[in-house]
Design a protein around this ligand. Sequence first.
Ligand code: 7TS
Length: 417
Amino acid sequence: MPSSFNVDEIRRDFPILSTKVNGKPLVYLDSAATSQKPVQVIDAVSNYYKTYNANIHRGMYDISVRATDEFVRSKELAAGFLNAGSYRSIVYTKNTTDSINLEAMAWGEKNIKEGDIILTTAMEHHSNIVPWQLLAKRKKAKLEYVGLKDGKFLDMDDFREKLSHSPKVFAFAHVSNVLGTLNSAKDLTALAHHSGATVVIDGAQAAPHIRVDVRDIGCDFYCLSSHKMLGPAGIGVLYGKEELLEATDPVIGGGDMIRSVDFDESTWNELPWKFEAGTANIEGGIGFGAAIEYLTRVSIDAIAANDSKLMGYALKRLGEIHYVKVYGPGIEDLSRKIGSIPFNVGDVHPHDVATILNSEGVAISAGHHCAMPLVRKVMGQSAVSRMSFYLYNKQEEIDKAIDAIEKVSKILGVRNQ
Ligand code: 7TS
């Protein structure tokens, strides 16, 4: 486990990074889709299965007590990581999608009425659009979107205008999974609160990369996925202010979420358990705890600094290729850009770009990135390529990606779009 930021040392913790693809070392530039996992996380999950696999909250024998303790400890780690104040604010879900849906169904069901305005933005992942569409349809509410300026940042004039109609809720991405745009969560939250809106933040692309302090931001709800921040898939967080979670009824009923059950009615367990019906993703929680310990040990600030260095280098190298078009914030906006670079290689279809890069061992993603309104309506593209970075990436991997992009031009010939 590295004590200070040393990418070679970090890379040794990630077994997959020494594998080969098509005979070439894997260059993994798709961490925005999911991150790779360090051996410390793999071992934490494996160790649970091998030495104390048991259901939790049963407490009658040693291994169940240990499993419960480790699971609760992971929530305490998550609460500390987000500066949430207490693990009572940390509801475990399957992922960011599940967190936003839970929020929209539980809080939204009670608080959104016919004619109310739900406000989100034009740079959202589908998981921060579709749950609100479903809620709006159920409640006959209106769904509105804050537009973008120059295809990069939220249009603050449009935001202020939309806030003047007093939306009930404002849901936005802390960081866009396509553009890499970092939204100023604290400022947006303050403005939305001033207009009386409840604030829900999709932190799927922010929490892995930057220090997130939910109490300093002041948001009401914050959502993230473990699998994008070194942890296992199948576990995510819905952070909620305790008083809001207390005032919200659960939407899924069953074991573990109750205090008592009678034939006619039931009473709910205390926070956060009242939102977690059924046997939990115990190994997921334990692995997520190990992931948070890893990120904390490396230091999230050091990770952010390294991300920014890689981002600057990649933007510079891509900017040198005349037939590559980069979208979203560029090198002049480095402090407001995190994780992802969307680009196109002339008029070559992004799927062909990704396929040729794959032949060189370079993994990038291509398509609409589950943000169709952004990619199609705002960026005017049917698809884009995207490279994304994380703490284990090196400058020389970006060089390999650039070489592979030049190979695309040699193989297919490229016309500027
Ligand atoms: N919100 C954002 C901003 C995301 O980037 C993603 C996943 C989600 C929500 C949903 O996360 P999940 O864990 O619930 O699936 N983004 C991506 C991506 O860009 N490529 O694959 C998944």
